[in-house]
Design a protein around this ligand. Structure first.
Ligand code: RIB
Length: 312
């Protein structure tokens, strides 16, 4: 364990979160410290239950820390229309026998940041509520983070939950604003990058047919979401969190990235939740965000197959 990379994931499982978690479970060079859970795709009761169930199906015993059950300031709509009412395709699975921890996710983030100061790889796959709370509790947190990878945003305003905003940011814009104001070095995989790295539904269905318990479970929990996506976006499927997880686990697979200052907008009817990039560098503010533009698609698809046990 001593040369593996300590990894902590903040997540709101969610179907694409689940694929990202299977990729993380599969990584031989990372030591998964825990799963910090937030509300987002669906309510916290479901996101915690889903994290416990996925860990059990994958045969991975990892601490699950319940976090914030709502955004910092304003209530927000969930994404159950995408993921199912329970966030895992409403398949009515048998609840896991694993229990969640009593420690709050925000406190777990702070504790692990001290234990692994300077080395911790922190990946966020959902709204940034837990991380914002953690950095408000201890403003020195950013100094102890090795790498912070965030799935969220829409860098040229092509949102997926409003005209300009992507879901993770729009669910809690105040939290996202705190994070982008507090952390000097964020690696961002935004929604627009996700749309550039889709894969065919038919190909993915082939990977799901491999017969492993993970693949069988994932086929069931993702069926509703894949059908919805096929109707909405056509013959390619897009797994946002899986792409962000590849950037986190394998930064060497990032082909193109650019560094700019990003402002998270919390006001306005249509602008709330927008990730506004200072492309012309007018703000004079330090460029805190490495925007990931292109990743190795072939390796992405191989990582997904491996996570599903779909490759011999
Ligand atoms: O916009 C995509 C993001 O919103 C993903 O993290 C997905 O799980 C949803 O939470």
């Amino acid at each position: 364990m001593n040369d593996s990379i300590p990894l902590l994931i903040d997540t709101d499982p969610g179907v694409d979160d689940a694929l990202a978690l299977l990729m993380a479970f599969n990584s031989p060079r990372h030591h998964l410290l825990g799963l910090c859970i937030t509300a987002g795709n669906v309510g916290l009761d479901h996101t915690v239950a889903n994290a416990l169930k996925l860990s059990e199906v994958a045969g991975i015993k990892v601490p699950v820390y319940p976090g914030c059950e709502r955004p910092l300031v304003f209530a927000a709509e969930d994404a159950s229309y995408v993921h199912g009412r329970d966030g895992f395709g409403d398949i009515d699975y048998e609840p896991a026998h694993f229990q969640a921890e009593l420690e709050h996710a925000a406190l777990a983030i702070l504790r692990e940041s001290h234990t692994h100061a300077g080395k911790l790889l922190l990946v966020t796959l959902g709204p940034l509520t837990n991380l914002a709370l953690a950095v408000r509790l201890d403003p020195t947190l950013p100094s102890r983070i090795g790498r912070l990878v965030v799935m969220g945003g829409a860098v040229t305003g092509k949102g997926n939950t409003s005209i300009a905003a992507e879901f993770n940011i729009a669910f809690d814009p105040e939290a996202a604003a705190i994070v982008f104001e507090s952390f000097p070095d964020i690696i961002l995989v935004d929604w627009e990058a996700v749309l550039r790295h889709g894969f065919r539904h038919s190909t993915f269905e082939g990977w799901l047919a491999g017969g492993s318990p993970r693949a069988d479970f994932y086929e069931r929990i993702s069926r509703k979401t894949r059908l919805w996506a096929e109707g909405k976006r056509g013959d390619h499927w897009h797994s946002a969190d899986a792409l962000a997880m590849m950037a986190a686990l394998h930064p060497e697979y990032i082909i193109e990235k650019q560094r700019y200052f990003i402002h998270v907008e919390t006001a306005g009817n249509q602008s709330r939740g927008a990730t506004m990039v200072d492309w012309l560098e007018r703000s004079g503010r330090p460029a805190q965000t490495e925007i990931v533009l292109k990743l190795d698609q072939a390796r992405f698809e191989t990582m997904i197959q491996d996570a599903l046990g779909a490759r011999a």
